[in-house]
Structures are given as structure tokens and as C-alpha cells.
Design a binder for this molecule. Sequence first.
Ligand SMILES: Cc1ncc(C[n+]2csc(CCOP(=O)(O)OP(=O)(O)O)c2C)c(N)n1
Ligand SMILES: [Mg+2]
Length: 363
Amino acid sequence: MTADGSRGTEAPPELVQLLTPEGERIEHPDYPLDLSPEEVRALYRDLVLVRRVDMEAVALQRQGELGLWASLLGQEAAQIGSGRAMADTDMAFPTYREHGVAWCRGVDPVNLLGLFRGVNHGGWDPAEHNFHLYTIVIGSQTLHAVGYAMGIQRDGAEAATLVYFGDGATSQGDVNESFIWASVFNAPVVFFCQNNQWAISEPLEKQTRIPLYRRASGFGFPGVRVDGNDVFACLAVTRKALADARSGGGPVLIEAFTYRMGAHTTSDDPTRYRVAAELEAWKLKDPIERVRAYLFKNQLADQEFFDAIDAEADELGRDVRKRCLALPDPEPMAIFEHVYAERHPLIDAERAEFAAYLEGFEG
Ligand SMILES: Cc1ncc(C[n+]2csc(CCOP(=O)(O)OP(=O)(O)O)c2C)c(N)n1
Ligand SMILES: [Mg+2]
């Protein structure tokens, strides 16, 4: 078996790429993409800013201000490309790592930090941003997404659903069940798998003997592998898949081939299970560097532009830190709110018990 999970007897996996690691633009017959210089600069800005927020969050966790953080380092292009491919009316279902997609959906990064600080449950209204709450239970959001997609299909809405999950999640029953439901009901859902090569310490070859995107054909819908470190390709491929889903074409599986450059979370130490050379090889495919090289080479941006983005990123980092530290602790009793839409006897009993417990501290 090869490193990407394919076996020697099969055709090598195809990879849709529109921008090489060296910043050279290449064409793909199925995925034409015409971006204005302004649009490319905007993508670059997104990539830099979300990396900066992520870096600040890791630092805050190291300083004891967050309980945990799941870094997106290395996956910025997969998230910004797919996130920017969405129409306002499309709905996204994330895992716990989609900070870049949250950014594209207009969710304030401080809400994400609040979740990992333990002072809120996400804090954003999914309906306002068309971005569902983070999901920690691996793969379960794929079922929520397919259910949602079947709902909007029945409403006759011209919208699609985009659901994120990892390479490890593809081994979960939920994901496979959601593939079947999506397929037989022709649901308007795009499955976006960020194959970052690792599920904590489990490598890809422990999840699959074939490239993940090929799984789709067994379920009866198309699958495509895209260079997950290429923001242009992720944008073009996701745009097309969402457009197909919106117009009745049914589900698509996108495998964004990328790499988790950091630890699984701040609780993890990847030096225990993977070699440094692997990370070094992926650093050469950095998702931000190639856009920077493209902008430079084609004289679409000058030093002043790059300096301004870096300054904006630093300012954002400072702002996010300041507002994170100022987040109020919730009232202890608030934990019982929003468990159910209506009152529930079990919650009432637990609330009363906890109130009595708290009263024991007073006087
Ligand atoms: C149902 C379930 N089983 C196990 C876990 C523990 N767990 C958290 S993250 C993770 C690995 C997920 O890997 P992958 O799907 O590749 O996503 P990545 O973290 O790499 O983005 C596991 C097993 C969980 N959260 N939920
Ligand atoms: Mg993974």
C-alpha cells in the first residue's frame, strides 16, 4: 500500500490542483476559475487572518486561558476555499476545527474562544450565520446535515448543505449511514472531508485501503480529491459541488488532501507518534506561501499590501485576546438553560438540587 492509502494495482489517485506549491497557476478542464486580483488578495487576507487567530488561541491555551484548542494550522486553504464557495443561504455543519469556515460565515472568533474557555456553548445563533454549532462527537454532524438537506429539499429551497468531517470520521457508522441516506434521497449535501492524514495518533492507512474519495462511488455519488492546501482548487471544486447539489444533482464527496501541521489539540504531543520529516515535507506545500508567491510573481500585490495584512493580523490577534480575557463567567445556573425548548421535569429537579447545593456555600 502507498502512503495515500491506495493499493498498487489501482490507478493512481487524481488530485485537482489549480495553484502549485510554487505559486504557478494551472488549469483544470472541469474546474475553470476566474478570480480578479482583488478576490485573490481577499483570499490571502482570509488565510493570514485565520492563521493568526489560531496562533493566538494556541498561545492563550498555553497561558491557561483556554481549557483546550484544536488548531487548524495547515488546513487554512481547505477551510477558506470551501467556506468562500458557499452562498449565504447554504448551511454548514462543522466539526470542532472549522475556525476558518466560521470566519467565512461571519462568526466572531471570540465566540470560538469562549467555547474552549468553557464560558459558553458556542455562543452564536446557527440560523443567523447558517453555520451550525461545533460538534465533538465524531461524524454525528453528517447525519444532522443530511437531515437538514432533506428538509430544505422538501421546502423547495435553492440551497445546499456543506458538512465537514475528518479522515478518521470516515470509519464511523454515522458517516456511512449519512452517505446512504444522502444518496438514495438525492439530498442536496456536499460532504467535505479534510483528510489531514491523522486521526489523533492514527494514520490514514488505519482508516482505508483505497483513497477516501473513491468510497463515494460505492454509495452511488461522485467523489473528487482536491489539493487541500490549494485555496483556488478548494474554492472551485466546492463551488461546483454546491451548485450541482442546489440544482438537484445530489450529493458529492470532496476529499481535501491536506495535513494537520500542529498537534491534534493542545492536549496532544505528535512527536510521540510521527516523524519530523513528514511535517517538513508538508511545510513546502504551505497553503499561504503559494498564494503569496502567486501574488508576488504576477505583481498583483506589493510589499505594502503584505505589510498591511500582517499589521491587520497582529491587531486582530490583540483584539481577540483582549476580548477573550474580558469574557464574563456565566452564572452557575445558566447551565440549565436551553437544554430543551420547553421545561422538563428532570431538568427542573436537577436545577433545584444544584441551587440547594450552591446555597450551602452562602452565609
Ligand atoms: C464518537 C467519538 N469517538 C471518539 C472520539 C474521540 N476523538 C476526538 S477527535 C478524534 C479523531 C478524529 O480524527 P479525524 O476525523 O481525522 O479529524 P481531525 O481531528 O483529524 O480533524 C477522536 C477519535 C469522539 N470525539 N467521538
Ligand atoms: Mg484527521
